[in-house]
Write a protein that binds this ligand. Structure first.
Ligand code: IMP
Length: 543
């Protein structure tokens, strides 16, 4: 065999092709590319953003669909997909939260609304999908058709069991379905005039599989579960049956059939009352929403919550340095949210001269927090699947998105046609003047600013002049999250397959032990990596 001195081209020798791996191992001390440490320490560009680097391909020995995306969001709770929607009033209300959870992620309900409105949204998430609905909305024989219709509006579903006392654990006497009340003219009639009384029920103690079978066979919308005295114990819903079939990744706690609910609050004294309402509604995770999380207010709030609600998981933030993270970890957070100034609607770095490029922030905070078992959310600046993978590779466990999800059907607000003829939805930073002055929170009162999530997030309550840290604008229609999130999921799986890792755990391990390699991108490398030289093109991302 010819010498393998690495000078074969110079010497004009050709090495035996069968020795390629051996040559590689014996002559190159390091793998091709650079390690994550060299990447972060490169300082070529100062702090790094997601666009400043790439990961190098590895070896593919498995299908993309096999790549596991499970990842923790807090010390105790793991999601099946690492996607989180931001607590912004143009991104996450109950509809987004429900669908994010159904698809294996999490939606964090914003707090630019009254505590009651926010608690109501949490309740809707908790009630949405159940095996057995343990606390169904029950009505009494005296309830009028008008009231039943109003309840349908309020809850977004019809089909209410009627019991003697109008409560659970009271004798079941009928069910009112939307069809029963739809065309009934006398709205003041009691529901007993229209309710169905030919009931198919299942006995208390029935297992979910058998109850589902009875429900399917009954061709009814609801299956009441009753005890031996015909008292209503629980309810099974046909629409839940379908949802269970279609959302195998749904985010639920191990011993619960309900979706996981998360919501944001501020750190003022009034937020303690707000939190109590959210906890009463079934909240599982609270995010302390602040653009600069390392404050006495947040530290005290974390301690208060951990003491008063030991079952509730607390995510602190936002942070971008190890020092900020250390303070919140010490106070007891179960998770951290990383990002300052990287959001798409954000002008914090420009106005405050404070913040940090996101890739550098994620690496520094996540690698530190990992040592204490605290998972991190990379929040903001995500424009595509590649950015998600980079956030995860740098150590984030989950990825929070605002602008990327704001154009989906499930975000709050209506679509409208922009001046250039595009279908768009409103998207605004919570530190934009628009959001900070929103009258939703204060309902037109003089205290509107004082009870507003935007002002709280940016420590601007009571300020005579509001200094904007965000802008207000619009984003393009992205269709339903039920298509968009699976696209992000498949995209991340393909990316990890290219890198040669079978799971997010393997990805993070590979980055730390140096087997997953990186490369910096010059400005011209970035241009090369984008579409170039075409006369025109259409960028369709998935089908
Ligand atoms: P995006 O995904 O790039 O649109 O960023 C969303 C993130 O931007 C949010 O989760 C917040 O952390 C952050 N953010 C929201 N509103 C503002 C603002 O007004 N100024 C600065 N950052 C904001």
């Amino acid at each position: 065999m010819p010498a393998t001195n690495g000078n074969s081209l110079v010497n004009g020798e050709t090495l035996d092709f069968r020795s390629a791996t051996k040559v590689l191992q014996s002559e190159y001390a390091e793998r091709d590319g650079i390690s994550v440490k060299d990447l972060i320490n490169s300082k070529v560009n100062g702090g790094l953003t997601y666009n400043d680097f790439l990961m190098l391909p590895g070896y593919i020995g498995f299908a993309a669909s096999e790549v596991a995306l499970e990842s923790p969001i807090t010390k105790r709770i793991t999601l099946k997909t690492p996607f989180v929607s931001s607590p912004m009033d143009t991104v996450t209300e109950h509809n987004m939260a429900i669908h994010m959870a159904l698809l294996g992620g999490l939606g964090v309900i914003h707090h630019n609304c009254s505590p009651d409105e926010q608690a109501e949204m949490v309740r809707k998430v908790k009630r949405y999908e159940n095996g057995f609905i343990q606390d169904p909305v029950v009505i009494s024989p005296k309830t009028t058709v008008r009231e039943a219709k109003a309840l349908k509006e309020k809850w977004g579903f019809g089909g209410f069991p009627v019991t003697e006392n109008g409560t659970l654990r009271s004798k079941l006497i009928g069910i009112v379905t939307p069809r029963d009340v739809q065309f009934h003219e006398n709205l003041d009639d009691p529901v007993t005039a229209v309710m169905s009384t030919d009931l198919v029920t299942a006995p208390q103690g029935v297992d979910l599989k058998e109850a589902n079978r009875i429900l399917k066979a009954s061709k009814k919308g609801k299956l009441p579960i009753v005890d031996e005295n015909f008292n209503l114990i629980a309810l099974l819903s046909r629409s839940d049956l379908m949802k269970n079939l279609h959302y195998p990744l749904a985010s639920k706690l191990p011993d619960s059939k309900q979706l996981i609910a998360a919501a944001a609050i501020g750190t003022r004294p009034a937020d303690k009352d707000r939190l109590q309402k959210l906890v009463d509604a079934g909240l599982d995770i609270v995010i302390l929403d602040s653009s600069q999380g390392n404050s006495i207010y947040q530290i005290e709030m974390i301690k208060y919550i951990k003491e008063k609600y030991p079952e509730l998981d607390v995510i602190g933030g936002n942070v971008v340095t190890r020092e900020q993270a250390a303070a919140l970890i010490e106070a007891g957070v179960d998770g951290l949210r990383i990002g300052m100034g990287s959001g798409s609607a954000c002008i914090t770095q420009e106005v405050m001269a404070v913040g940090r490029p996101q890739a550098t922030s994620v690496y520094n905070v996540a690698q530190f927090a990992k040592r204490f078992g605290v998972p991190c959310i990379a929040d903001g600046g995500i424009q595509n699947v590649g950015h998600i993978v980079k956030g995860l590779a740098l150590g984030a466990s989950t990825i929070m998105m605002g602008g990327l999800l704001a154009g989906t059907t499930e975000s709050p607000g209506e679509y409208y046609v922009s001046h250039d003829g595009q279908l768009v939805k409103a998207y605004r930073g919570m530190g934009s003047i628009d959001a900070m002055e929103d009258k939703k929170a204060g309902a037109g009162s003089k205290d509107a600013k004082a009870s507003n999530a935007g002002t709280a997030r940016y420590f601007s309550e009571g300020d005579r002049i509001l200094v904007a840290q965000g802008v207000s604008g619009s984003v393009r229609d992205r269709g339903s999250i039920t298509k968009f999130l699976p696209y992000l999921q498949a995209g991340v799986q393909h990316s990890l397959q290219d890198i040669g890792v079978r799971s997010l755990t393997e990805l993070r391990e590979g980055v730390v032990n140096g087997t997953v390699r990186f490369e910096l991108r010059t400005a011209s490398a970035q241009a090369e990596g984008n579409v170039h030289g075409l006369h025109s093109f259409e960028k369709k991302l998935y089908s």
